[in-house]
Write a protein that binds this ligand. Structure first.
Ligand code: SAM
Length: 312
């Protein structure tokens, strides 16, 4: 995929990345030269240092509409984790995550926890806007969508003309309140990770701020691949708030960056999904009218990893 771009400055192969959401580059896929010895990269650091702009350099970026431009970076590793990859590992097992990785403090049935609806905001308003923008960008018009682990809001309001949005969750009141849904299913995926849908049913599966509650994530990720059409997309969006008793141990133990790696592992160890993109929005200011504003903490971070079925 996306082969055949050479850096005009050093001749190295360039790698494809999806246009960052908060950039003004335009277009879908840009190619970046990640050669640390590229003269364009090395000279940009010196030139910017001379202008007293520290910790910034440029990598050479090939625009899909032709021509080159600068891709600003703040370290040698910046942007590397956005490189689109086709590779997947062979299907793996959750054993590699260690004993009790997917245990929880509260092992009572999830449906008991969700007997009462939880009409709470899981993210601040700015983070919610970021999620909506991301979904609008990644989800094509007219898509059939599964909102996996749906609550009262699907955050799909900016998606163009969805053909159908099916919610799968645990609480009927939450799902009835969700006006985006065309239909809903009550199904506990920690009891039975097999999704109650036929193969190739959806264009898109989204999982918003809920992946931390999955006790059998590899099975669920495989199921997401199964119910997706061959050119479908599975989008996981996550942040750092949670209901701690119901979040799995490995999630609670990890840093935010380790959680991103964990989700990447779920994709690759599923053996049925290839990661296509990654996005993060971290350190934005918290809106002044947010209930946690007085704590002086930054806004809720948003991380997203998405991929497509490999057809295996
Ligand atoms: C943190 S809320 C997120 C809701 C929604 N996705 C959103 O973005 O606002 C977690 C949701 O996951 C659902 N959920 C939790 N455990 C579940 C399970 N075992 N099976 C299916 N759904 C579950 C709950 O019904 C709840 O609405």
């Amino acid at each position: 995929m996306h082969q055949g771009h050479s850096c005009p400055h050093c001749g190295s192969d360039m790698d494809p990345i999806r246009t960052p959401l908060d950039s003004s580059w335009g277009g879908e896929i840009h190619h970046i030269c990640f050669n640390d010895d590229c003269c364009y990269f090395l000279e940009s650091w010196k030139a910017l240092e001379n202008q007293r702009i520290e910790k910034t350099g440029y990598r050479c970026r090939m625009d899909p509409r032709g021509g080159c431009g600068p891709a600003p970076v703040w370290s040698e590793s910046a942007l590397r984790d956005m490189v689109l990859k086709e590779d997947t590992e062979e299907p793996g097992s959750a054993d590699c995550f260690g004993v009790q990785a997917f245990g929880r403090d509260d092992e009572t049935p999830d449906r008991d926890f969700y007997t009462k609806p939880r009409f709470v905001d899981h993210l601040d308003a700015c983070a919610l806007e970021t999620v909506e923008q991301l979904y609008r960008r990644l989800i094509p018009a007219g898509a059939t969508i599964l909102d996996l682990m749906a609550g009262p809001e699907s955050h799909l309001g900016k998606v163009a003309d969805a053909a159908e949005i099916v919610g799968l969750g645990l609480n009927r009141e939450e799902l009835t309140a969700n006006k985006a849904l065309s239909e809903y299913v009550i199904h506990d995926i920690n009891v039975d990770p097999v999704l109650p849908f036929p193969d190739n049913r959806f264009d898109v599966v989204v999982n918003t701020v809920s992946v931390d509650y999955l006790t059998q994530p590899l099975e669920v990720f495989r199921e997401a691949a199964r119910v997706l059409k061959p050119d479908g997309i599975f989008i996981t969006v996550f942040s750092n708030r949670m209901f701690p008793p119901k979040a799995v141990n490995i999630w609670k133990r990890g840093t935010e960056k380790q959680r991103v790696e964990l989700i990447r592992k779920f994709f690759s160890l599923s053996g049925r999904l290839a990661i296509q993109g990654y996005y993060e929005s971290v350190g934005k200011p918290r809106p002044k009218d947010d209930k946690y504003y007085d704590l002086g903490i930054p806004g809720d971070p948003i991380y997203a990893v998405w991929g497509k079925p490999t057809g295996k």
